[in-house]
Write a protein that binds this ligand. Structure first.
Ligand SMILES: Cc1cc2nc3c(=O)[nH]c(=O)nc-3n(C[C@H](O)[C@H](O)[C@H](O)COP(=O)(O)OP(=O)(O)OC[C@H]3O[C@@H](n4cnc5c(N)ncnc54)[C@H](O)[C@@H]3O)c2cc1C
Length: 552
């Protein structure tokens, strides 16, 4: 058995593992990704790519490629509840969070399908120096000591075992995670809330929906309950069919039975269909007991399983990887202390827990709509008040910009500045941008070298120090410190005579600064530290802030 070495081993080539490979390469950290399947998935599960994830993809140069595989915007603006596509429409909910808001971000959220996303991430990773990907390769053993991790890999094609020594291992190996089980970590939360079949099929359903495109069609009647979801606005669809595992098994769901279900959901027994694949899955709302043990980290579904109602599972995983990647880079490259890695769990557990709870609430809201329809006699008569109220009550499902952009880190690699978070009427559906430490740095349109950019475009996998027009003392101090400590840091003065101009004069307000204040944004685009005013000692002040941020 030969032994090879790599700084980071990524286990799993799903969307989160592939994102890890891309982000680490962008940060200059070599890694090896192993995936037991021969290639990326051909079965679609995840569809929504929320605003924050598209911002991460933009920073990797992938925004346009993902836009090309997205469901057109007209389809992202509402959810429809109906007895069947041909039957009585029960109600509609407008979905602002799936449509996006150009005042809050330079990007729009997208809806696509996992089988289209993974090849783009794979292609991107394979084109980056330092990112090595091996398919048909499974992790079958794992041991760690103080200096590193020894992984045993099985190459399925060559039928050969290999030992690999790595400084850090990322378990992105999905819900059944071998890595999580090897660490002896269980789940906290509810598993097995519902059992569903995810059916991928081709059909022309335009006769029933051409004049009412929607992101989801929830179908509810005595004969059929579930959801039809368009993938491309043409012929590609998935549907989710619930079943009771006590009375039925996955084997009962033959292509013929799934086709019957789809025809009943459409309300036309003769609609031509082509079933491409059928995958069982279990709806759970759980988070692993720990997200880290020693040099091994869990990310994505290996770390948490969210109900897909809301579309947060993959997004939460990819954003957690964005949180972890720069910390690993800092420790491996020597500009941060190993203690910084403790902040991954500290920062991400509350976000995962919150997203999981809210996704479960969405699931319950839809169940309430179904119950109201059943109570009414399957929507055969007029839509009653209870059904209408249940549909209105499901408003947060599809209107979650607060969850998408408003999550913040209360403790971790953050230096609080004593300010309070903005008060929002509903933290799920409302978002007020703020540069309070811990929050995502807000989007402000700026001009750099005559080109319009977003403030978010400045956060290019480095620390970024931003000041107002009179903040040159901060800039000078930041540049000196970065040079002395080998820290990747860019510094910009924004406003008249600065490196960047602020044509709409929004920067100072949006970032809560005077023209002499400064803000330090982490490589993942979250604010780490802020000084609203000038300092008589900008160098030592920044040095103290960086020491706290980097775990020194
Ligand atoms: C019906 C449905 C709809 C969904 N919709 C959304 C949505 O709209 N938005 C959203 O954000 N999320 C959604 N999700 C959730 C989303 O699909 C998952 O959160 C996402 O796939 C998790 O990605 P991952 O990379 O962590 O894990 P996975 O996609 O499960 O990938 C894990 C990979 O690890 C590999 N692997 C496992 N063990 C090993 C091993 N020992 N060695 C090597 N490789 C291994 C597996 O083969 C697999 O390829 C949905 C889920 C379902 C079921």
């Amino acid at each position: 058995m030969r032994t090879v070495e790599t700084p980071v081993l990524i286990v799993g080539g799903g969307p989160v593992g592939l994102t890890a490979s891309v982000l680490l390469a962008r940060l200059g950290v070599p890694s090896l990704l192993v995936e037991r399947r021969p290639g990326v998935t051909d079965h679609p599960r995840s569809r929504l790519i929320n605003t924050r994830t598209v911002e991460v993809l933009r920073s990797c140069g992938l925004e346009s490629a993902f836009e090309e595989i997205s469901l057109p915007k007209a389809w992202r603006q509402q959810v429809i509840y109906t007895t069947s596509l041909a039957g009585k429409e029960l109600g509609r909910v407008k979905t602002d969070a799936w449509a996006g808001d150009a005042t809050l971000s330079p990007v729009l959220p997208l809806i696509s399908s996992q089988d289209k996303m993974e090849p783009l991430l794979r292609e991107c990773a394979e084109g980056l120096p330092g990112a090595e990907l091996r398919f048909s390769t499974e992790l079958i053993g794992l041991e760690q000591d103080e200096r590193g991790v020894t992984a045993t890999l099985l190459d399925h094609q060559a039928q050969r075992k290999e030992q690999l020594r790595t400084s850090y291992l990322i378990g992105a190996d999905g819900a059944g995670s071998f890595v999580r089980r090897q660490l002896g970590l269980g789940w906290v939360g509810q598993t097995g809330i519902a059992s569903l079949m995810n059916v991928y099929f081709l059909a022309d359903l335009s006769p029933w929906i051409a004049d009412r495109p929607a992101a989801l069609y929830w179908v509810s009647s005595k004969g059929v309950t579930g959801v039809l979801a368009p993938l491309d606005g043409e012929e590609r669809w998935v549907c989710q069919i619930g079943y009771n595992p006590e009375h039925e098994s996955t084997g009962d769901f033959t292509p013929e039975r799934c086709a019957d279900w789809i025809r009943a959901a459409v309300g036309d027994a003769s609609v031509p269909l082509n079933i491409l694949s059928i995958n069982p899955w279990t709806l759970s709302s759980v988070i692993a007991e720990r997200l880290r043990r020693g040099r091994v980290f869990l990310v994505g579904d290996a770390a948490h399983q969210l109900p897909p109602t809301g579309g947060f599972g993959m997004n939460t995983g990819m954003q957690a990887m964005h949180n972890l990647a720069w910390k690993l880079a800092g420790v491996i490259q020597g500009w941060a202390a190993p203690r910084l890695l403790d902040t991954y769990e500290l920062e991400r557990v509350p976000v995962a827990r919150y997203n999981s709870e809210k996704s479960l609430e969405n699931f319950m809201l839809v169940a309430r709509v179904n119950a109201a329809v059943m109570a009414q006699g399957a929507g055969e008569t007029e839509v009653d008040d209870e059904t209408r109220a249940a549909i209105r009550g499901a408003r947060r499902y599809g209107n979650f910009i607060g969850m998408d952009l408003g999550f913040a880190y209360a403790q971790g690699a953050v230096v609080p500045d004593g300010s309070a978070p903005p008060k929002v009427a509903d933290d799920v559906s409302r978002y007020i941008p703020t540069a309070r430490p811990g929050h995502r740095a807000p989007h402000v349109p700026l001009v750099k070298d005559g080109r319009e950019i977003s403030s978010l475009d400045l956060f290019d996998f480095r620390f970024t120090l931003l000041t107002g027009a009179n903040g040159s003392a901060w800039i000078e101090a930041g540049r000196k410190l970065a040079q002395a400590r080998g820290l990747p840091l860019s510094a910009y003065r924004i406003g008249p005579y600065g490196e960047l101009s602020d044509p709409a004069a929004r920067f100072l307000d949006a970032y809560g600064l005077s023209s002499q204040g400064a803000v330090l944004v982490r490589p993942d685009g979250h604010v780490g530290w802020r000084s609203r005013l000038a300092s008589t000692e900008p160098g030592p002040t920044l040095e103290r802030a960086l020491a706290l941020l980097l775990g020194r």
